[in-house]
Design a protein around this ligand. Structure first.
Ligand SMILES: [Zn+2]
Length: 271
Protein backbone atom coordinates (compact mmCIF):
# COMPACT_ATOMS: atom_id res chain seq x y z
CA UNK A 1 0.00 0.00 0.00
CA UNK A 2 1.23 3.46 -0.87
CA UNK A 3 1.83 5.09 2.53
CA UNK A 4 0.67 8.48 1.18
CA UNK A 5 -2.73 6.97 0.35
CA UNK A 6 -2.97 5.17 3.66
CA UNK A 7 -5.64 6.82 5.83
CA UNK A 8 -4.46 8.16 9.15
CA UNK A 9 -6.59 5.76 11.16
CA UNK A 10 -4.62 2.80 9.78
CA UNK A 11 -1.53 4.26 11.39
CA UNK A 12 -3.38 4.48 14.72
CA UNK A 13 -4.47 0.84 14.45
CA UNK A 14 -1.05 -0.43 13.59
CA UNK A 15 0.76 -2.20 16.42
CA UNK A 16 4.48 -2.24 15.56
CA UNK A 17 5.25 -4.37 18.65
CA UNK A 18 3.33 -7.26 17.04
CA UNK A 19 4.00 -6.68 13.32
CA UNK A 20 6.95 -6.41 10.93
CA UNK A 21 10.11 -7.89 12.42
CA UNK A 22 8.23 -8.41 15.68
CA UNK A 23 5.45 -10.47 14.15
CA UNK A 24 5.06 -13.76 15.98
CA UNK A 25 4.44 -16.58 13.51
CA UNK A 26 2.70 -18.97 15.96
CA UNK A 27 0.31 -16.17 17.04
CA UNK A 28 -0.36 -15.20 13.42
CA UNK A 29 -1.08 -18.85 12.51
CA UNK A 30 -3.46 -19.27 15.45
CA UNK A 31 -5.25 -16.06 14.46
CA UNK A 32 -5.59 -17.12 10.82
CA UNK A 33 -7.23 -20.36 11.99
CA UNK A 34 -9.61 -18.34 14.20
CA UNK A 35 -10.35 -15.97 11.28
CA UNK A 36 -11.19 -18.94 9.03
CA UNK A 37 -13.51 -20.38 11.70
CA UNK A 38 -15.31 -17.04 12.16
CA UNK A 39 -15.67 -16.63 8.38
CA UNK A 40 -17.10 -20.16 8.04
CA UNK A 41 -19.57 -19.47 10.85
CA UNK A 42 -20.66 -16.18 9.21
CA UNK A 43 -21.06 -17.91 5.83
CA UNK A 44 -23.77 -20.13 7.29
CA UNK A 45 -25.81 -17.01 8.08
CA UNK A 46 -24.94 -14.78 5.11
CA UNK A 47 -22.23 -15.02 2.42
CA UNK A 48 -21.79 -11.18 2.16
CA UNK A 49 -21.32 -11.03 5.94
CA UNK A 50 -18.70 -13.77 5.66
CA UNK A 51 -16.75 -11.67 3.13
CA UNK A 52 -16.86 -8.70 5.53
CA UNK A 53 -15.75 -10.88 8.46
CA UNK A 54 -12.86 -12.27 6.40
CA UNK A 55 -11.71 -8.81 5.30
CA UNK A 56 -11.90 -7.28 8.78
CA UNK A 57 -10.12 -10.32 10.28
CA UNK A 58 -7.29 -10.29 7.77
CA UNK A 59 -6.86 -6.51 8.04
CA UNK A 60 -6.66 -6.80 11.83
CA UNK A 61 -4.05 -9.57 11.66
CA UNK A 62 -2.07 -7.61 9.05
CA UNK A 63 -2.14 -4.31 10.93
CA UNK A 64 -2.21 -5.39 14.56
CA UNK A 65 -0.50 -8.78 14.41
CA UNK A 66 -3.54 -10.49 15.95
CA UNK A 67 -7.31 -10.71 15.72
CA UNK A 68 -8.27 -11.77 19.20
CA UNK A 69 -6.74 -9.64 21.96
CA UNK A 70 -4.64 -11.80 24.27
CA UNK A 71 -3.65 -14.42 21.70
CA UNK A 72 0.01 -14.16 22.68
CA UNK A 73 -1.12 -15.38 26.12
CA UNK A 74 -3.27 -18.14 24.55
CA UNK A 75 -0.42 -19.28 22.31
CA UNK A 76 2.00 -19.31 25.24
CA UNK A 77 -0.36 -21.47 27.29
CA UNK A 78 -1.80 -23.82 24.72
CA UNK A 79 0.52 -24.33 21.75
CA UNK A 80 2.67 -27.36 22.45
CA UNK A 81 6.45 -26.98 22.40
CA UNK A 82 6.55 -29.18 19.29
CA UNK A 83 4.42 -26.70 17.33
CA UNK A 84 6.40 -23.69 18.58
CA UNK A 85 9.52 -25.52 17.35
CA UNK A 86 8.26 -25.35 13.74
CA UNK A 87 8.38 -21.59 14.03
CA UNK A 88 11.79 -21.51 15.69
CA UNK A 89 10.30 -20.67 19.09
CA UNK A 90 11.23 -23.81 20.97
CA UNK A 91 13.99 -24.23 23.50
CA UNK A 92 17.45 -23.89 21.98
CA UNK A 93 19.36 -27.07 21.46
CA UNK A 94 22.73 -27.65 23.07
CA UNK A 95 25.15 -25.16 21.48
CA UNK A 96 27.17 -27.92 19.78
CA UNK A 97 24.62 -28.28 16.96
CA UNK A 98 25.69 -27.39 13.43
CA UNK A 99 29.42 -27.81 13.64
CA UNK A 100 31.85 -29.96 15.54
CA UNK A 101 34.35 -27.12 16.09
CA UNK A 102 35.07 -27.12 19.82
CA UNK A 103 35.06 -23.49 20.96
CA UNK A 104 36.20 -24.22 24.50
CA UNK A 105 39.23 -26.27 23.47
CA UNK A 106 40.19 -23.59 20.90
CA UNK A 107 40.08 -20.85 23.59
CA UNK A 108 42.07 -23.11 25.89
CA UNK A 109 44.64 -24.08 23.22
CA UNK A 110 45.12 -20.43 22.20
CA UNK A 111 45.50 -19.45 25.89
CA UNK A 112 42.69 -16.91 25.56
CA UNK A 113 41.16 -18.30 28.74
CA UNK A 114 42.65 -19.59 31.94
CA UNK A 115 40.98 -22.25 34.05
CA UNK A 116 41.79 -22.03 37.74
CA UNK A 117 39.87 -25.23 38.46
CA UNK A 118 36.81 -23.39 39.75
CA UNK A 119 36.13 -20.90 37.03
CA UNK A 120 37.17 -20.05 33.49
CA UNK A 121 38.27 -16.45 32.95
CA UNK A 122 39.97 -14.48 30.18
CA UNK A 123 43.76 -14.48 30.37
CA UNK A 124 44.71 -11.05 31.83
CA UNK A 125 46.91 -10.22 28.82
CA UNK A 126 44.07 -11.03 26.41
CA UNK A 127 41.64 -8.93 28.48
CA UNK A 128 44.09 -5.98 28.23
CA UNK A 129 44.29 -6.31 24.44
CA UNK A 130 40.52 -6.70 24.19
CA UNK A 131 40.00 -3.48 26.17
CA UNK A 132 42.52 -1.61 24.01
CA UNK A 133 40.74 -2.76 20.82
CA UNK A 134 37.31 -1.88 22.29
CA UNK A 135 38.54 1.65 23.13
CA UNK A 136 39.64 2.08 19.48
CA UNK A 137 36.34 0.80 18.12
CA UNK A 138 33.97 2.54 20.52
CA UNK A 139 32.54 5.38 18.45
CA UNK A 140 29.97 5.60 15.67
CA UNK A 141 32.46 5.94 12.79
CA UNK A 142 34.97 3.40 14.14
CA UNK A 143 32.28 0.81 14.92
CA UNK A 144 30.77 1.19 11.46
CA UNK A 145 34.14 0.92 9.71
CA UNK A 146 35.15 -2.18 11.70
CA UNK A 147 31.75 -3.83 11.10
CA UNK A 148 32.01 -3.13 7.35
CA UNK A 149 35.49 -4.60 7.26
CA UNK A 150 34.46 -7.71 9.20
CA UNK A 151 31.37 -8.28 7.02
CA UNK A 152 33.23 -7.30 3.84
CA UNK A 153 30.60 -4.76 2.71
CA UNK A 154 30.51 -0.99 2.09
CA UNK A 155 30.05 0.92 5.36
CA UNK A 156 27.16 2.98 3.94
CA UNK A 157 25.08 -0.19 3.38
CA UNK A 158 25.08 -0.86 7.14
CA UNK A 159 22.70 0.59 9.66
CA UNK A 160 22.11 -0.07 13.35
CA UNK A 161 18.89 -0.13 15.33
CA UNK A 162 18.81 -0.14 19.12
CA UNK A 163 15.97 -0.84 21.50
CA UNK A 164 16.11 -1.67 25.19
CA UNK A 165 16.47 -5.43 24.54
CA UNK A 166 18.65 -5.66 21.44
CA UNK A 167 21.12 -4.10 19.06
CA UNK A 168 20.40 -5.03 15.46
CA UNK A 169 22.74 -4.73 12.52
CA UNK A 170 21.07 -4.23 9.14
CA UNK A 171 22.52 -4.61 5.65
CA UNK A 172 20.53 -2.66 3.03
CA UNK A 173 17.69 -2.46 5.56
CA UNK A 174 17.46 -6.23 6.22
CA UNK A 175 18.40 -7.65 9.61
CA UNK A 176 21.81 -9.30 9.46
CA UNK A 177 22.28 -10.05 13.13
CA UNK A 178 21.13 -9.27 16.64
CA UNK A 179 23.33 -8.59 19.63
CA UNK A 180 22.43 -8.14 23.29
CA UNK A 181 23.55 -4.49 23.23
CA UNK A 182 25.80 -2.08 21.39
CA UNK A 183 28.53 -2.85 23.96
CA UNK A 184 28.22 -6.58 23.12
CA UNK A 185 28.63 -5.79 19.41
CA UNK A 186 31.66 -3.55 20.02
CA UNK A 187 33.12 -6.30 22.22
CA UNK A 188 32.74 -8.85 19.39
CA UNK A 189 34.44 -6.50 16.91
CA UNK A 190 37.23 -5.91 19.44
CA UNK A 191 37.59 -9.63 20.26
CA UNK A 192 37.81 -10.46 16.54
CA UNK A 193 40.60 -7.90 16.15
CA UNK A 194 42.41 -9.08 19.29
CA UNK A 195 42.12 -12.75 18.25
CA UNK A 196 43.52 -12.05 14.77
CA UNK A 197 46.68 -10.69 16.37
CA UNK A 198 46.74 -13.27 19.18
CA UNK A 199 46.28 -16.59 17.37
CA UNK A 200 47.19 -17.71 13.86
CA UNK A 201 44.48 -20.34 14.13
CA UNK A 202 41.70 -17.70 14.31
CA UNK A 203 41.88 -17.07 10.54
CA UNK A 204 41.00 -20.72 9.87
CA UNK A 205 38.14 -21.02 12.39
CA UNK A 206 34.98 -21.83 10.38
CA UNK A 207 32.49 -18.99 9.91
CA UNK A 208 29.66 -20.51 11.93
CA UNK A 209 32.00 -21.18 14.88
CA UNK A 210 33.28 -17.59 14.99
CA UNK A 211 30.06 -16.17 16.41
CA UNK A 212 30.00 -18.88 19.08
CA UNK A 213 33.63 -18.19 19.95
CA UNK A 214 32.98 -14.45 20.33
CA UNK A 215 29.90 -15.17 22.49
CA UNK A 216 31.96 -17.52 24.67
CA UNK A 217 34.53 -14.75 25.20
CA UNK A 218 31.73 -12.38 26.28
CA UNK A 219 30.46 -15.05 28.69
CA UNK A 220 33.92 -15.09 30.38
CA UNK A 221 34.18 -11.31 30.85
CA UNK A 222 34.76 -10.02 34.37
CA UNK A 223 34.99 -6.36 33.32
CA UNK A 224 33.15 -4.47 30.57
CA UNK A 225 35.56 -3.86 27.64
CA UNK A 226 33.72 -0.64 26.78
CA UNK A 227 33.53 1.15 30.14
CA UNK A 228 35.62 -1.00 32.49
CA UNK A 229 32.66 -1.62 34.80
CA UNK A 230 32.27 -4.80 36.79
CA UNK A 231 30.16 -7.59 35.23
CA UNK A 232 27.25 -8.94 37.22
CA UNK A 233 26.09 -12.47 36.36
CA UNK A 234 22.59 -13.57 37.22
CA UNK A 235 19.45 -15.31 36.08
CA UNK A 236 16.25 -13.57 35.22
CA UNK A 237 12.91 -14.27 33.67
CA UNK A 238 12.37 -12.98 30.13
CA UNK A 239 9.01 -12.88 28.49
CA UNK A 240 8.76 -13.03 24.73
CA UNK A 241 5.48 -12.78 22.84
CA UNK A 242 4.28 -16.31 23.51
CA UNK A 243 6.53 -17.90 26.09
CA UNK A 244 8.42 -17.09 29.26
CA UNK A 245 11.87 -18.46 30.00
CA UNK A 246 14.84 -18.09 32.34
CA UNK A 247 18.05 -16.60 31.01
CA UNK A 248 21.56 -16.40 32.36
CA UNK A 249 22.67 -12.82 31.78
CA UNK A 250 25.92 -10.88 32.19
CA UNK A 251 25.28 -7.18 32.70
CA UNK A 252 27.73 -4.31 33.21
CA UNK A 253 27.30 -2.44 36.50
CA UNK A 254 28.94 0.61 34.91
CA UNK A 255 27.05 1.24 31.67
CA UNK A 256 24.18 -1.19 32.36
CA UNK A 257 24.78 -2.93 28.99
CA UNK A 258 23.82 -6.57 28.59
CA UNK A 259 27.05 -8.26 27.47
CA UNK A 260 25.82 -11.83 27.26
CA UNK A 261 22.56 -13.69 27.51
CA UNK A 262 21.63 -17.32 27.01
CA UNK A 263 18.70 -19.53 27.80
CA UNK A 264 19.24 -20.99 31.27
CA UNK A 265 18.20 -24.45 30.04
CA UNK A 266 20.99 -24.42 27.42
CA UNK A 267 23.49 -23.82 30.25
CA UNK A 268 21.97 -26.58 32.37
CA UNK A 269 22.18 -29.07 29.47
CA UNK A 270 25.91 -28.38 28.99
CA UNK A 271 26.80 -28.89 32.63
ZN1 LIG B 1 30.05 -1.17 30.65
Amino acid sequence: MNPQLSPGFLKDLRRPEYTGDNRCLPCTAVNLVLAAALTAAAAVVSPPAAVAVALVSLASIYLRGYLVPGTPELTRRHLPERVLAWFGKSEPRAPVAGTDFDVVSFLDRAAVVVDDGEDVALAPEFQTRLEAAARDLDGEAATRAAAAELLDVDADRLSFVADDAAWRVLLDGSILGRWESRAAFVTDLAADRALAAWSEEWASVPGDARGRTLSAIRACLEACPVCGGEIRLGTESVRSCCREYEVVAATCRGCDARLFETDARAVASVE
